[in-house]
Design a protein around this ligand. Sequence first.
Ligand code: GTS
Length: 232
Amino acid sequence: MAAKPKLYYFNGRGRMESVRWLLAAAGVEYEEVLFKTAEDFENLIKGGILMYQQVPMVEMDGMYMVQTRAILKYIAAKYDLYGKDLKERAMIDMYVEGMRDLNDMIMLFPFSLPEEKQKNLNYILGRATQRFFPVYEKALKDHGKNYLVGNQLSWADVQLLEVILMVEELKAGVLCAFPKLQEFKARVIKLPRIQKFLQPGSPRKPPVDDASFEVSRKIYKIDKNFVLKHMS
Ligand code: GTS
């Protein structure tokens, strides 16, 4: 039996959370090596297996994979979540890249200057509801199918549910103007593998809070003065 993939990261969402989601949607069990301190991370770097001295890193199929997109693409392709031909893949990529743009803004949001938090939050919510969600709403409405691409679950659907839930954590009810996305969410949440991942006690990580933000700052030695001046 092939060894379970092993995920190396800190004990938080960050860039690894989409990998956790995708493996869960693929029904793949995995182990996590969750480092807690800067020393743990330095030891991993000293081991020489991190191509760019960065995580996420996933040990899988005899590879030490880094770069989040490369990891996600490999998993999507391996577990038939990446379309049936090049055109479907291109569509999945286009959808996913938009979702990642939104996801990245939310990931960086805790770095906002305190006095700019509200402005940045408004910016993210504006982008979600005026730029990104309308695209997925229209796609679902136009083709009338259950999933974004090819009428079967793909990486794009998994990433969409992940980012919808993240935006809802910032503002409940944000889907009120998006009936197709509401239906989509209700449908995908019910898929057994997704349902399992959403249960308490699964490897899914909670939203960032002040304490976990400080832990990650210390692990990566991120300067206190590193703040995001403008979300845009
Ligand atoms: N392009 C890379 C990817 O997408 O995987 C960026 C990886 C990255 O910046 N990782 C951070 C890191 O290792 C950790 S995290 O931001 O994902 O939590 N930082 C340490 C460093 O020296 O860059």
